[in-house]
Design a protein around this ligand. Sequence first.
Ligand code: ATP
Length: 370
Amino acid sequence: MTPRENSGTTNGTDAAATFGEEAGAAPGDDAVGADREVETRPDSVEPSATDDRDVAVSVTGLSKRFGDGETAVTAVDDVGFDIGTGSIVGLLGPNGAGKTTLIKSILGTVLPDAGSVRIRGIDLRERPRAAYSAVDAMLEGARNDYWRLTVRENLRYFATISGVDPNSVRDRHDRLLAQLDLEAKADVPVRDLSRGMKQKVSLASVLAGGAEVVFLDEPTLGLDIESSRTLQRELRRLAEEENLTVVLSSHDMDVVETVCDRVLIMSDGEIIADDTVDALLSDTDRHCVRITSADIDAALVSRLRWRFDAIKAERRDAGHRIEVVTDSDGLYELLATLRDAGVTLERVRTVEPDLEDVFVELTSGDRGDR
Ligand SMILES: Nc1ncnc2c1ncn2[C@@H]1O[C@H](COP(=O)(O)OP(=O)(O)OP(=O)(O)O)[C@@H](O)[C@H]1O
């Protein structure tokens, strides 16, 4: 099955058939597999001569342009990276940065103009079926399941189209249902579940056939905090205990910060940062300061807002509490401005920058040429 929006699951065969085509979307609630072939996963996947089994996904010089002439858009611009087996990599970027095009190019639903992709050492142009045999994807949320089928039937169905005998992975399905708090709903049709539960079924379906590399687009979108945490824990467990490789695209920085070993940040089709979360956080010249003072009035808050991009202000019983995110120069300037305005500082607290601060800094170009 080709990875595609609203279907979300792949194995080698259809990806082989459609590599290079823009895949169409299909509604995800009916049409129970009538036109789907059950394919058998190749018995053995021969690594190529350059195979490195520690590298799950290797992308080299990937580019994709849409359109011609003045209106052409370079969605992905000469991108390259390796993703180690068993790691969880977050793909971040503002809207239009090229994340979806990059993922679709890797999955073979968009034909790149240049570059190559190897999955577990296998070039997907040369041997797409083998390359995709252990890949699965959940794109654009909770629409890849068959709503007339029960939760467990979905898991069995998706295991089957991944080329796996569903009876042989029953334990895995039991564990997925337990880990994702879906046991009580195992025999309920998916259409009768809440949105968050449907999202969890989508993830379970992606993992049902024993994929070794999964691409997840906004996997926690629409989940409540508890469900999101459960899902994050399960992803970490699968990566650590079962060597699952995950490429995760999300706008939720907390999720990325918590679950990812490494982060790729895209902007204008290029990768502008590629590092661990810790390294990105320690490398930032971003300071977040909270200052409380009775002397800060609305007029001063407006002046500060005019000068500093990221300023939050809260009216307190007496005065204001402001929060400013800035670099070192801005911090000195802020303190000088407050001193010149005769402000007595009641409380000054620095808050560690988080991934969101780093992301804003990088994608707004504040950090120079990294
Ligand atoms: N099929 C297409 N035809 C023309 N332009 C496209 C097509 N798909 C994407 N683009 C353009 O390519 C650029 C990258 O889009 P893409 O969807 O990959 O970004 P993204 O990072 O996934 O954005 P978002 O976070 O909003 O989903 C954008 O300028 C977009 O308009």
